[in-house]
Ligand binder design. Structure first.
Ligand code: PLP
Length: 387
């Protein structure tokens, strides 16, 4: 019989993904579908990174690596963490993991015992609930109101705290809303963590793709000792398939987590680690990718801002924009299916990411500008003819 730990992990299965799967099936069948439901780059990894990897493979980098990551990789990750969080970070305060998701898994395993409780700020990335389930922990979802641009609300978070609450998980810049959390709500959140002795798990994998100031809660007073930051090369460096991320936190906790790597990854691939080190040190692709997404966001939002009955919410950073379409059709799933049927554009219904995003659609920016322009034109036509 399988363990309850493993059967407790259930793929999200929310109906919203049906739209994505339908769009995918029609595209595979040869239809001219614009896929704006997925969150992976439409371009390859920068060529310098690929060359670094090829050179590393041709060298004799075919052996085990240290559990927390190669020393030079940890040093490069620490430098990236210093830039991301605004807190000077040492190599001993970071541990390499196979992607941001594994960093999140490590963070949850590190701070929650079975039976403990966490607060997940929503709308959230699809894997969050299952990552807590896998630790045998319970969680409460606290929404961020759409009318506040999906910024976290301290009063709502405070109200969800239980005697066994140990951690709060946030994500800024946010998937799916594109909200970039501002300093004030983060300061209030930090105050709650200090007051109730909670860990703050902060997913900052989109930090280079933000508009405006990226505030990492790790930089707020008294927070470096109770914050674990999830980072990844997937988004910032165009490396989703390479599986490299890292966790940043207090040295004592990171040292303990080396033992988790002992029983899970047993170290990361040597040549991937070497390519990632060079990509971090030389910032391969980072500026270009950030500029690309910023330009795409501008193209899409400029087109949408001229439309009646469609309101932009959040959408300041990351790889997505959130559009409030409730004045056109309150049922976002119905809207998304009809948009796919009539105009052949696949988007995600907001409700698949939580209640606060109901009445919205999430539009991915993972297509070139001309495709986004065409999608916006189709949206305009769809909205103006919708009955
Ligand atoms: N966190 C967020 C908010 C994400 O959107 C994603 C991927 O889409 C991840 C973490 C995991 O990314 P990876 O495991 O590729 O680093």
């Amino acid at each position: 019989k399988p363990s309850s730990r493993i059967t407790g992990i259930v793929p999200s299965g929310k109906d919203g993904w049906e739209v994505h799967f339908a769009a995918w099936a029609r595209k595979e069948a040869g239809e001219d579908i614009i896929m704006l439901s997925v969150g992976d780059h439409d371009f390859d990894t920068p060529s310098e990174t690929i060359e670094a990897c090829v050179a590393a493979v041709r060298g004799s980098n075919h052996h085990y690596t240290p559990l927390p990551g190669l020393p030079r990789l940890r040093k490069a990750m620490a430098a990236a963490s210093s830039a991301c969080t605004g807190v000077e970070t040492t190599p001993e305060e970071v541990i390499a993991t196979p992607g941001g998701q594994a960093a999140l898994y490590a963070a949850v395993q590190a701070v929650l015992d079975p039976g403990d409780h966490a607060i997940v700020v929503a709308p959230y990335y699809a894997t969050y609930p299952n990552t807590f389930s896998a630790a045998g922990a319970s969680f409460t979802v606290v929404e961020t109101p759409a009318e506040d641009g999906f910024q976290p609300r301290a009063d709502m978070i405070r109200a969800a705290i239980k005697p066994n609450t140990r951690a709060i998980l946030i994500n800024t810049p946010n998937n799916p809303t594109g909200a970039v959390y501002s300093r004030e709500p983060l300061e209030q959140l930090a105050e709650i963590c200090r007051e109730h002795d909670l860990w703050l798990l902060s997913d900052e994998v989109y930090w280079t793709l933000g508009g405006g100031e990226h505030v990492s809660p790790r930089s707020l007073p008294g927070m470096a000792e109770r914050t674990l930051v999830i980072n990844s090369m997937s988004k910032s460096h165009g490396m989703t398939g390479w599986r490299m991320g890292w966790l940043t936190g207090p040295e004592k906790m990171i040292t303990l987590l080396i033992n988790l790597n002992l029983v899970t990854t047993y170290g990361l691939p040597a040549f991937i680690s070497i390519a990632c080190t060079e990509a971090l040190e030389q910032h391969y692709g980072v500026k270009d990718i950030a500029e690309r997404y910023a330009a795409r966001r501008t193209v899409l939002l400029d087109a949408v801002r001229g439309m009646n009955d469609v309101t932009v919410r959040g959408s300041e950073g990351g790889m997505y924009v959130m559009l409030d379409i409730s004045d056109v059709e309150p049922d976002d799933e119905k809207f998304a299916f009809a948009f796919l049927d009539k105009e052949k554009v696949g988007v995600m219904p907001g409700s698949s990411f939580g209640e606060a995003a109901a009445g919205h659609i999430r539009v991915s920016l993972c297509q070139p500008e001309p495709v986004l322009r065409e999608a916006a034109a189709r949206l305009r036509r769809f909205v103006s003819s919708y009955r």
